[in-house]
Design a protein around this ligand. Structure first.
Ligand SMILES: NC(=O)c1ccc[n+]([C@@H]2O[C@H](COP(=O)([O-])OP(=O)(O)OC[C@H]3O[C@@H](n4cnc5c(N)ncnc54)[C@H](OP(=O)(O)O)[C@@H]3O)[C@@H](O)[C@H]2O)c1
Length: 311
């Protein structure tokens, strides 16, 4: 181990490796073709393991019938599953995304492998039920793995229905979402008082508000966290445009800024899974690579922040 990197001492490496060992178990089915294993974290309410890199679909999967566009997204999805990905997050709010995900899961033969997550985004009990049934049909799954309430919309009406669905086995987990700082206080109250399996919110190098309360609260309450907008919709790449990666980030296995951004997020032990969205095959490869190898410990994550903030 080189000592020229003050933050990547032998101890740091052991801590980082230890963090992974504490969260990963290996089974033959999880061995990938290249004998690599993806980093996984348990869903606290069940112990089921989830790969730390998932996939978002806002914008990227809202496409029509253009064969070239669909062929590209088919490859994006193939690369996702080939690299150990399972969780795909969608919503009826994302236009045709749920249907396109459903079509491509079928086309790539991944209907069994997927951990399907979507949301209810409407007002009223019956509208919610109708929408959730439609989402299952569109995504082509018998049981929705995770049903979330989108941006807390009419959550007092939907939450009892989601509980009923979980009890009936029509969905396996239930959750709540928000993004970019909206509804954080309401969300905190819900996390503190309601029994839910997952919470989804924004967290990235630019927007670190969730570090103060949401992430520790979710960890305390045993609630899995899905992290949306990991690249702040691409703003992070615009900020670092033209800047070289710091040498020391290579010790974590970062070859690109995308991996730097994602490893920073999943290095936080309160994060269960991050859901970057991309329409490009090479970006999907890039993102999936962040879910292998080492993760930064607290000291390294502080250094990553300092460096990013200095740009
Ligand atoms: N309230 C909610 O429930 C809520 C709110 C926001 C988001 N979400 C979920 O979170 C997901 C992610 O958030 P997001 O889609 O808003 O934004 P994001 O993942 O932070 O950023 C997506 C942008 O990053 C680019 N990108 C992806 N990988 C890249 C890479 N390796 N290198 C360079 N550029 C890359 C993509 O462009 P390319 O296509 O060119 O790669 C796209 O423009 C959403 O898709 C959605 O599923 C949920």
């Amino acid at each position: 181990m080189s000592s020229q990197y003050p933050y990547m001492t032998r101890r740091t490496f052991l801590l980082a490796t230890g963090a992974i060992a504490a969260t990963v178990t290996l089974s033959p089915g999880e061995l990938l073709s290249e004998n690599r294993r993806s980093i996984q974290r348990p869903i606290p309410s069940s112990g089921e393991l989830l790969p730390v890199i998932g996939m978002g679909t806002w914008g990227t999967f809202d496409v029509g019938d253009d064969q070239a566009v669909r062929a590209q997204l088919t490859e994006v999805m193939q690369v996702f599953f080939e690299n150990g990905g399972t969780l795909i997050d969608s919503s009826p709010m994302y236009g045709r995304s749920e249907s396109v995900v459903g079509d491509l899961l079928k086309a790539t033969g991944n209907q069994e492998a997927v951990f399907a997550a979507t949301k209810v985004w409407t007002d009223g009990r019956q509208n919610g039920i109708d929408q959730m049934r439609q989402s299952k049909q569109r995504m082509g799954v018998e049981v929705m793995d995770l049903m979330q309430i989108h941006n807390l919309r009419d959550w007092q009406t939907h939450l009892p229905v989601l509980r009923e669905w979980k009890q009936q086995g029509w969905c396996r987990y239930i959750g709540m979402t928000t993004s970019h700082g909206r509804n954080h206080q309401d969300l905190e109250r819900i996390l503190a008082t309601e029994e839910i399996d997952f919470v989804q919110f924004t967290y990235n190098l630019e927007d670190r508000i969730a570090e103060a309360r949401l992430l520790p609260l979710a960890a305390d309450r045993g609630i899995a966290t899905l992290i949306n907008r990991p690249f702040q919709r691409g703003d992070l790449f615009r900020k670092v445009k033209g800047a070289e990666l710091p040498d020391w980030s290579a010790e974590l296995g970062c070859r690109t800024w995308g991996q730097y951004f994602l490893k920073f997020i999943v290095g936080n032990p309160a994060v269960t899974c991050v859901i970057p969205a991309t329409s490009k095959v090479h970006h999907m490869k890039d993102n999936m690579d962040a879910g292998f190898g080492l993760l930064p410990d607290a000291a390294m994550r502080r250094r990553m922040i300092e460096h990013y903030d200095s740009l």
